[in-house]
Write a protein that binds this ligand. Structure first.
Ligand SMILES: C[S@@+](CC[C@H](N)C(=O)[O-])C[C@H]1O[C@@H](n2cnc3c(N)ncnc32)[C@H](O)[C@@H]1O
Ligand SMILES: Nc1nc2[nH]cc(C(=O)O)c2c(=O)[nH]1
Ligand code: SF4
Ligand SMILES: [Mg+2]
Length: 209
């Protein structure tokens, strides 16, 4: 990456876009809702079970003009999901300002490991032990979505739930490859601890992006 590109990235004028697509939100509180997804490249949180490892290296993804990607997204749908990779690695000011001008509601899927930027209407915080969220994002997260890969993740989920606001929705989602083992445990856990809800990666059953 050359110096000019680094400056444009820092200003948020350009962003590394891995892919962008119109689909149905598969996870969490907005499951089932049509949404336009913008997947930004770059993540160094390092979840060994990550289902988009191709996103990790930002240099593999073309830089796009933030206002142009906003215009494309808003032409499909007014519900936008920013994801990645780790979208908060980037300056989201220009992208989200343009999306708001175009009448969009902006959702973000994030580990919360980086400082927040931009205008965000719905924050899905999916905390990771390998890169804990910043203190600021716990206060404003709308949903906490903890991935259950092993039994200790239930303990981690409670520790994380203690840090979010009272009106933050609480979800347990099995790591995909462990779903046959973990959803029975998640079910038992929710029946005993009804502040939690189950989240399932429904798009993987529907065979949609
Ligand atoms: C690919 S991540 C991108 C956004 C951000 N880096 C994050 O982790 O929240 C999108 C969502 O997928 C979840 N996820 C990733 N790999 C998964 C897997 N193998 N099984 C279940 N959920 C997974 C993440 O926890 C996150 O909630
Ligand atoms: N349909 C669909 N819903 C999703 N919800 C969160 C996703 C993500 O990768 O951030 C995702 C995704 O990749 N596809
Ligand atoms: S934080 Fe998100 S994108 Fe990064 S490795 Fe973990 S699941 Fe994948
Ligand atoms: Mg996904």
């Amino acid at each position: 990456m050359n110096l000019t590109q680094e400056i444009l990235l820092k200003e948020g004028k350009m962003l590394p876009v891995m892919e962008h697509f119109y689909t149905i939100q598969g996870e969490g509180a907005h499951t089932g809702k049509a949404a336009y997804f913008i997947r930004l490249g770059g993540c160094d949180v390092g979840c060994h079970w990550c289902d988009v490892k191709e996103s990790w290296d930002p240099n593999l993804h073309p830089l796009m003009n933030a206002e142009e990607i906003a215009e494309i997204a808003a032409s499909y749908c007014k519900t936008i999901v920013l994801t990645g990779g780790e979208p908060l690695m980037w300056n989201l000011e220009i992208l989200t300002k343009k999306l708001k001008e175009l009448g969009c509601t902006i959702h973000i899927e994030t580990s919360g490991a980086y400082e927040m930027s931009g205008i965000l209407d719905w924050i899905t915080l999916s905390p990771k032990k390998t890169g804990l969220p910043t203190e600021e994002i716990y206060k404003v997260a709308n949903e906490l979505k903890v991935i259950i890969f092993n039994n200790h993740d239930f303990t981690f989920a409670e520790e994380q739930a203690a840090k979010v606001s009272d009106n933050c929705k609480l979800y347990l989602q099995s790591e995909w490859s462990k779903r046959n083992e973990m959803y029975p445990k998640i079910t038992d856990y929710i029946l005993a601890n009804s502040k939690w809800q189950a989240s399932v990666q429904t798009h993987k059953y529907l065979n949609i992006p």
